[in-house]
Design a protein around this ligand. Structure first.
Ligand SMILES: [Fe+2]
Length: 236
């Protein structure tokens, strides 16, 4: 199961059109995925497609997949930047989570964690939300602060990018994401697929996990933990 992908056409910096989306999905199926969550960006001032445009793109993709009878489900979610749009949605109880649930994918800017982030996460948890942090290996404040990393991992779900694990997002992100996997701080791994070419990195990341952490870890990061997460359970 893939918890993070930019598979929906024409919305953000992911797939530009339906044909590309289908090629991306075909590649993910060949890597063994049977569930691919669609997580278009929700990022103020850059990629903020309307929820109706997202729903329309999702419906179109589901139709194309059904026509080809591909064995694939595509739950709808979003990748929510921690910004004023998400803040407003927190107030309005309108965060776009996985399939309308209180489990939602979020990202931060890489250079710093937002002020008061742990207080806000605590409030969200109390209100029944489960924040899922995209590519934690990208956030520089976590790089040399094991305490901060541990704290974030205990309060949120951590989903590393397979491309980072593969070594294709730079040496530091490779080091951090691999360490997280080996130390059990990564709860899941995801493709964060933006284009067909990214499939190569996803495959390489999966191969690294299989080789260095074992088949059982790969299964946990790509199947059993993602299932728990979508049910609203922190895998621990
Ligand atoms: Fe993403």
């Amino acid at each position: 199961m893939d918890l993070h992908s930019h598979i929906l056409p024409g919305l953000d910096d992911g797939s530009p059109d339906l044909a590309t989306s289908m090629a991306m999905l075909e590649g993910l199926i060949s890597l063994g995925f049977s569930t691919v969550c669609a997580t278009p960006h929700q990022k103020t001032g850059q990629y903020l497609p309307s929820l109706s445009a997202i729903a329309e793109a999702h419906t179109g993709l589901l139709k194309a997949v059904a026509e080809r009878q591909w064995p694939l489900s595509i739950p709808l979610a979003a990748e929510n930047m921690w910004d004023e749009t998400l803040y407003q949605r927190m107030q309005d109880d309108a965060i776009p989570g996985y399939q309308g649930s209180r489990v939602f994918l979020l990202e931060f800017v890489p250079s710093h964690l937002p002020m008061g982030v742990f207080e806000r996460i605590f409030e969200l948890r109390c209100a029944g939300f489960l924040p899922v942090v995209a590519h934690p290996e990208r956030y520089t404040p976590l790089w040399d602060s094991p305490d901060l990393m541990d704290r974030l991992a205990s309060e949120c779900v951590m989903v590393v990018d397979l491309a980072a694990v593969a070594g294709d997002n730079g040496r530091k992100q490779a080091k951090v994401s691999r360490k997280m996997i080996l130390e059990g701080l990564a709860h899941a791994a995801a493709s964060d697929l933006h284009c067909v070419a990214d499939l190569k990195s996803a495959k390489k990341g999966m191969a690294w996990i299989r080789k260095k952490a074992g088949e059982a870890t790969l299964e946990r990061l790509l199947a059993s933990n993602p299932r728990k997460i979508l049910e609203g359970t922190h895998p621990g």
